[in-house]
Design a protein around this ligand. Sequence first.
Ligand code: XMP
Length: 326
Amino acid sequence: MQNNVRPETMERITTKALADAFIAEQVKAVREQVGDKKVLLALSGGVDSSVVAALLIKAIGKQLVCVHVNHGLMRKGESEQVIEVFGKELDANLIYIDATDRFLDLLKGVSEPERKRKIIGAEFIKVFDEEAAKLEGIEFLAQGTIYPDILESDGVKAHHNVGGLPEDMAMELVEPVKLLYKDEVRVVGEALGLPHAMVYRQPFPGPGLGVRCLGAITRDRLNALREADAILREEFDKCGLAEKVWQYFIAVPDFKSVGVRNDKRYEGWPAIIRAVNTTDAMSATIEEIPYAVLHHITDRITHEVEGINRVLLDLTPKPIGTIEWE
Ligand code: XMP
């Protein structure tokens, strides 16, 4: 049984030198724990699982099997980045599963938010399980558990997270960053050479765009959401807001309004911008976005994204609005 308590003497990892020392220590520990056996990891592309993957690749190379399940609810370019960074640059043993159709077929016509979450979570485990069953000789399961997960829950990655895997998987856990706080995980990730954008990625809910394509998800509205969200991220990057704002995204409700495009009636969905700051996600304040930036984003989204004809700004703090709309 590994220790789940962070020793008081453990120094906060804030520099590359401290990160390198931590990495060297963990590489040794992982090699001792795993020997020549194989380790399985669900690699979502989020900060924690990405850092664990990079660390384990350094420690045990191809003995690590990464499985990336694309549930079709990823943001634009995210699965591609996982393939590029882990499959190509780090030459990982990466299994990529495009399960988009499975997820979207199951979600068809389902409008209740918690039901959507349950379907996504359960299907994720199913796809991952099916893949694990095809592999031979896997004795370890790696997880991106971090210290706040241990402090806040029962030590297993929070269950509302997609990637929370069944407890009855008969595999020993490998959790190399479980005593680290989020800021330390990021420092370690950079020391491992992961791209800055991946390591400093804003939080993204496990059910992904599924809880931002409000109500019953349709492929055309999901696509519109993904494109509008990509434009928002691009513009926030350009004007420096990306570094300042804790979480920002687009939500697209399932109703249309009347508009005009190319002198013709054009019915479309509104894209709702949400940009919030918080420290713990329990409460949140609204980031003030300069009007010029808002006008530019509105212009781009309404001209470039098929199906969107209005852009709205959500000014509601938490409480009373939650950060996500669903
Ligand atoms: P709310 O909407 O509750 O969100 O104010 C607080 C934070 O949690 C994220 N969030 C989720 N993360 N699975 C996740 O992994 C979920 O189902 C989920 N719902 C909300 C949200 O993005 C915000 O950062």
